[in-house]
Design a binder for this molecule. Sequence first.
Ligand code: 3HC
Length: 286
Amino acid sequence: MSKIERLGVVGGGQMGGGIAEVGARAGLDVIVCEVSDDAARAARSGLWKSLNRAVQKGKITEAERDETQARLHFTTTVGDLDDRQLVIEAIAEDEGLKLKLFAELDKVVTDPDAILASNTSSIPIAKLAGATGRPDKVLGVHFFNPVPVLKLVELVPSLLTSEDTIARADAFATEQLGKETIRAQDRSGFIVNALLVPYLLSAIRMCEGGFASAEDIDNGMVLGCAHPMGPLKLADMVGLDTVKAIADSMHAEYAEPTYAAPPLLQRMVDAGLKGKKTGKGFYTWE
Ligand code: 3HC
């Protein structure tokens, strides 16, 4: 099976940046496509910071950092992804934007065997596939934050994804990136978010109702259940706008109250309190 050598990542935020980092560290040539020069600069600076941190932690040498940086390129033109063998979309969790992007990728990516993947958490892969003329080459390849640390990748074929595409994506994630994969059907939230998001929403409802403080809710799960971080801190880290977008997609899919975003989450997003990315959410972040 042919190895992926040229990877494109659309969106250089915390997920896209993390995917680009693990790809480049695994030896791939990576182009990160962002929406503006400022966003591309921010993506580059986030990646350089993360690579410097890896050097400080002794995970890579300075020479390996320099080689990794040389494999990372930045653009604001989707057309620059024309020679990619795999493109992973990691833009905002917005169906309209993603559909537009998949239609554009389908036009510009020339290799008929190229895979067009989405890091979406909750938007139907079948819809994204339908925006292209190659639905057999489209699937969900869902990473977890922080991408360099967490081993899991969920593979999500739609009803039209070919076995060959799934096998190639699996080999890419496991053999090239050193991740572990699980497979889920094309249902909003897949496996992990379908379980995780109702838990995060329950914690927000608990806080909203004044039942306990954010710190006590989080300490309860960290000290009582050995979770690495509590649900409200995790929601802040994922981004409260992202948690809300995933909840909304799952609520649209299943129409069950467990997926309904509580008003507090909505108001915090309205107020720009989106968690770590804006410096304030349930906690204040440096
Ligand atoms: N990039 C690279 N490495 C990082 C990192 C980052 N952003 N953040 C932490 N690390 C590394 C550190 O370097 C450290 O490595 P070391 O043990 O080799 O020195 C290790 O991770 C632990 O980090 P810290 O000591 O700084 O801090 P913690 O022990 O508190 O761990 C954490 C931080 C890894 C974020 C941990 O708290 C954790 O795993 N939390 C849960 C994260 C989680 O549940 N993520 C899933 C979110 S859901 C999702 O992503 C899906 C999406 O669709 C919403």
